[in-house]
Design a protein around this ligand. Sequence first.
Ligand code: SAH
Ligand code: SF4
Length: 443
Amino acid sequence: MTFYFETFGCQMNKSRSDHLAFVMVQNGYIPAENRESADIILFNTCAVREHASERAISVIQKTIEDNKPQSSLYPIIVIFGCLSQFLGERLKKRVPRADIIIGTQNIDRLPQYLLDRVEKKTPIMDLDPNPFSTVFDEKGYLRNRTDISTFLPITYGCDNFCSYCVVPYTTGRQRSKPLSTILAEMETIVEEGFKEITLLGQNVNSYGKDLDIKYGFETLLEAIDRRFGHTSVWIRYLTSHPRDMRPSIIVTVKNSPIIGRYFHLPLQAGSNIILHSMNRGYTQEHYLQLVQTIRETLPEAGVGTDIIVGFPGETDRDFLETLQVVQRAQFDQAYTYVYSPRPGTHAFQLSDTIPMSEKKRRLQFLNDTLSQIHQQKIKTLIGKRFVILIDQKSDQYFSGRTSSNHRISFITHSQLSLGSKVSVIVKDIQQGKLIGDLIDAHH
Ligand code: SAH
Ligand code: SF4
């Protein structure tokens, strides 16, 4: 029997699908070429924002309408992940023809559930979150060997309870993967030929807390540097919670030639009142100090962020403070969202009187500001030389990212393959994109 994954949401989810694919293959199932030919379609869902959740549900409903005759068991429809955990019985009502619904917790039971489903033919639901596992339970990943880059989760779950966020409720408490397991997995990944590994966690800076490793993230990065510092693999990581970001992490990054010069540091909001109400655990001043430390320690580093506008109670003045922090931090990258109320979170109970039209106006204004900063910033890169890892190519057109996470494209007649590292000099900006000249193809 063949299976196909449809994954919504974050990188963590993509990696979770790779894990479940590994479990499926171990149990004799075979990856399908495409969704149409699959006997089993697995939807890995996201609950972070309502819009994304609703889109996932409509894709699932449509897939069922298009593919599943009333009389047939196939394709078997499996829905798992954060949205299953979050909606529970309500998901079943929305998608009555789903065969198997599992939350985030017991996905490894899927092979048994598939057998049960085929034999007994009754739909199955397992949302047992109680107790959420306390150990990191993924045993392997089916990685796409043609990719240049791959993910490696180092923690699962989240302890932070930001007041707007469902993740701690859907994924449970943070559990870290043992350091020796991470190093062993990396060994395999490097042997398999991947050129870039992104370590994943909701808050990588708190890696190891649950294993009683003090300064766990620095310890991990140092161990990675000792073992892989001589190789050409690039290491990245997501996400750094500003509350737990420490100067010693920045120094550890600086001391390693293989760790990316990019910090993803979600600001969420600029005003201290809103930050407090979001339960973020830091102030605007702390945040700006961190950015300054990054800029001083590693002037070439990129800094990226996530920002939410229209959080309950956000006044014009609060929003202006977000804009001020954005101006001062000079972000190289940003993901921006309108606040989405999620039942069960603390923020859901707050009175929210800002009209949607005003929230959208703020989002637009914020995006315009970020884009102006971006345009100015990339101009300063003209004439500079960078090493990039090529991850896209077609004919004579190549493109890749710098260690600081800037994408540069160039055209050459040279024979270059995906995954190679080359030196380029930025010569131009076209439609907001960096264009370079190849100067050295031997890295
Ligand atoms: N653990 C990561 C984020 C995971 S969710 C961190 O703390 O940075 C990714 C992003 O989605 C968050 O950074 C936040 O900006 C956004 N987000 C989360 N919940 C949201 C909500 N209820 N409404 C709007 N955006 C939300
Ligand atoms: Fe959600 Fe906050 Fe945890 Fe990120 S750190 S996953 S925003 S609760």
